[in-house]
Write a protein that binds this ligand. Structure first.
Ligand code: MYR
Length: 131
């Protein structure tokens, strides 16, 4: 269900979320228009993602339930896992610099991919449309 190429359409509270993450206003302004596109290929428990944005392009491989390292677009390093809960993906990632946890979910809602983010009490959401 997650397979395909997804392009960000709109975001809610993403600026506040990034601010809580400690990202400065210049980078936040750029990130608001990052044109993030994610291509997802799921084969059983294995995922291959291609991430592309105005910041970078990146290939990501992970297996459900298996811890992996990931570097956010601003350089912040995290480590964590994705797990499946019914039709929903639950991600839990810990920042390497301060030990704080970033919770994220992905779900298909009405044909759109909705990703939620929570960090240190601040929630945000980004909605992606299928290409
Ligand atoms: C992936 O599945 O896309 C790779 C793992 C994602 C880890 C957490 C993603 C949170 C991204 C938040 C970006 C906010 C900018 C500071």
């Amino acid at each position: 269900a997650f397979n395909g190429t997804w392009k960000v359409d709109h975001s809610e509270n993403y600026d506040k979320f990034m601010e809580q993450m400690g990202i400065n206003v210049m980078k936040r302004k750029l990130a608001e228009h990052d044109n993030l596109k994610i291509t997802i290929e799921q084969t059983g428990n294995n995922f291959h993602l291609k991430e592309s944005s105005t910041f970078r392009t990146k290939d990501i491989d992970f297996t459900l339930g298996v811890q992996f390292d990931y570097t956010l677009a601003d350089g912040t390093e995290v480590s964590g896992t994705w797990e499946m809960e019914g039709d929903k993906m639950n991600g839990k990632f810990t920042r390497k610099d301060n030990g704080k946890v970033l919770i994220t979910t992905r779900a298909i809602v009405g044909g759109e991919l909705v990703q939620t983010y929570n960090y240190d009490g601040v929630d945000a959401k980004r909605t992606f449309k299928k290409q």
